[in-house]
Ligand binder design. Structure first.
Ligand code: NAP
Length: 537
């Protein structure tokens, strides 16, 4: 065995620069060098050896690190590794790149893969890879593998992200690394020129960028409704009748707060699509850019929807746990005693029974539909359905979920909105506040169902413009389900902000394009929009 270890695994090669062609990348003929012997280097060496490559590792102190590497690889000095390798991974921190300059002649003409990450998100370059390219102008620098952790490399691509983002100014060098990537079981993603390296280096540093607004929104709503409910249900009884309801704070108040947040967040999923549709109707064109805030909102609907789903699930779990509490048991026993004492043992109230049955049934349906939306928003599931199926689930079933959740709240409120005793400190009951936004969204959606509005919107989504030359009449059977595109609400993609996709075979026929003055239908549509916006005011 010691003899085997001593035997050089990498055969001697002629020195000089070799610029790899993709076709040369046969694992058995290729020597891959790795500079650095840290965590990343060790995992990479294992993966490369497992993929059939010859690996030579360059270290400042080879004797110290050799035992940590697979025995099929060779650990040697940096210079020796640079000389032997055809393609070199630079697995040292970027602040130490400059210590490798003495390897410049040995690395000339070779491909260098920079795997380094930055410490913080940078908006402006130069990136680590660009700096490395400046240090080694005679080498071909490829940025990549920095989004793959040492753990993923070691465990294999099945246990972690499989995509490897690559960029380089040299197409051949990039192709070589892409091929190597595939052989290792990863999926290379071509990100273009080395100028994209800043973006690639920033990728692992982002902390849920698209989740920030939805989470802040959900937290703000939670704090608002929690305080609102506490004032009504804890402070009010204490001030008016010295009743101590503080025990309600951990469970009961939280349980009534979660559905408030869930319903408002769900309405916020559908609101931007409606705003987009009404803006397009107002402008009479789809070619105006939406304001930035609306663009961002449209893009983040999936996250809004998932936050809503989380709150709905927590509400369901809290509700199931309500009867387990000691306070609930004491209240039940007290009520039973009270009824025995007053001689009214029959506590059956028909109206209450029906209210609760309906309330629970509709709530369960709303949660079921929300679960379906959440599951379909997973990329792996979304990829298995076509555009029409996806739109059906996210838009049609999504609106069903919103309607069910609104109905759930309406039944919860029942006739209590009309009881003056419900207006503690002149504050309306929480369910009344919560209903404003979902009802507005549902009404807006109904408005888009009106033929004059829906038809105009379909035309606009197909390129019709009020003030320009592109005017045409849609054939009756044009869009099978045009309204699905009206406010194409999804937890997954930004559909409303891009041109509507009509799967119908009917396209805009040139013969149909007809410049024409403002018609009765235009006027009707604009009058309706005016009424819709200004009547509530
Ligand atoms: P590490 O464990 O600290 O290893 C860095 C290696 O750099 C050392 O073992 C050292 O090996 C070598 N080195 C060469 N010149 C050096 C110098 N002047 N001073 C200090 N060390 C020097 O780091 P790592 O986790 O392997 O990360 C290496 C690179 O991979 C970094 O750029 C990192 O951003 C990137 N990366 C890491 C991961 C990960 O999961 N760890 C993931 C993606 C990207 P010798 O002493 O043998 O020369």
């Amino acid at each position: 065995m010691p003899d085997d270890m001593a035997r050089p695994l990498i055969r001697e090669r002629a020195g000089g620069s070799r610029h790899l062609e993709a076709s040369m990348l046969e694992p058995s003929t290729l020597v891959i060098g790795i500079l650095g012997t840290g965590d990343f280097s060790r995992s990479l060496a294992r993966r490369l050896v497992a993929s059939g490559y010859q690996v030579v590792v360059g270290s400042r102190t080879p004797a110290r690190s050799a035992a940590l590497f697979p025995e099929e690889s060779e650990v040697t000095s940096q210079m020796e590794a640079a000389n032997q390798a055809d393609l070199v991974f630079v697995a040292v921190y970027p602040e130490h790149h400059s210590t490798l300059v003495q390897l410049k002649p040995a690395l000339a003409g070779k491909t260098l893969v920079d795997v380094s990450n930055g410490l913080q998100i940078k908006q402006e370059g130069p990136s680590n890879a660009q700096q490395l390219a400046d240090l080694f102008p005679e080498s071909y620098v490829v940025k990549g593998f920095n989004t793959i952790s040492a753990w993923t490399l070691q465990a294999g691509p099945r246990d972690g992200s499989r995509q490897v983002f690559l960029c380089s100014d040299d197409q051949n060098a990039k192709s070589s690394v892409m091929q190597l990537c595939r052989r290792m079981g990863f999926i290379p993603v071509d990100m273009g020129l080395l100028s994209s390296s800043l973006e690639i280096e920033n990728l692992p540093l982002y902390l849920f960028p698209s989740w920030r607004t939805p989470i802040i929104c959900a937290l703000a709503l939670f704090v608002f409704f929690y305080l609102y409910n506490s004032v009504r249900d804890v402070l009010y009884p204490y001030v008016t009748s010295k009743k101590n309801n503080l025990y309600k704070l951990p469970i009961e108040i939280v349980n009534v707060t979660f559905p408030c947040v869930a319903l408002v967040m769900l309405a916020l999923v559908y609101l931007p699509g409606l705003i987009a549709a009404f803006l397009q109707l107002w402008w009479g064109t789809k070619y105006n850019r939406f304001p930035n805030w609306l663009d961002h909102w449209l893009i983040q609907r999936k996250q809004f929807g998932l936050c809503s789903f989380l709150c709905a699930v927590l509400h369901a779990i809290y509700s199931l746990c309500l009867p387990m509490r000691k306070s609930a048991r004491f209240q039940l026993i007290n009520k039973a005693f009270e009824q025995v004492q007053t001689g009214r043992p029959d506590s059956w109230v028909e109206e209450e029974v029906w209210r609760m049955e309906l309330y629970l049934s509709v709530g369960i349906m709303a949660l079921g539909l929300l679960s379906l939306l959440a599951v379909t928003s997973l990329p792996s599931v979304a990829n298995t359905v076509n555009w029409r199926e996806f739109t059906f689930v996210q838009s049609t079933l999504g609106y069903c979920a919103l309607s069910m959740a609104t109905l759930h709240t309406l039944i919860f409120g029942w006739n209590r909105a009309f009881l003056s005793a419900q207006y503690h400190f002149y504050m309306p009951p929480t369910f009344l506040l919560v209903l404003i936004l979902p009802l507005a969204v549902l009404l807006g959606r109904l408005a888009l169902f009106l033929p004059c509005v829906g038809h105009r919107l379909r035309q606009i989504r197909r390129g019709w413009e009020k003030s320009r030359h592109i005017r045409f009449i849609l054939p009756d059977d044009d869009c099978r389900n045009g309204l699905e595109n009206v406010s194409n609400v999804s937890m997954h993609v930004d559909a409303a902000s891009r041109p509507a996709r009509c799967t119908s075979a009917a396209a805009i026929s040139l013969g149909g394009i007809s410049p024409r003055p403002l018609t009765y239908s235009d006027v009707k549509c604009q009058m309706f929009l005016l009424l819709f916006f200004f009547l509530p005011l």
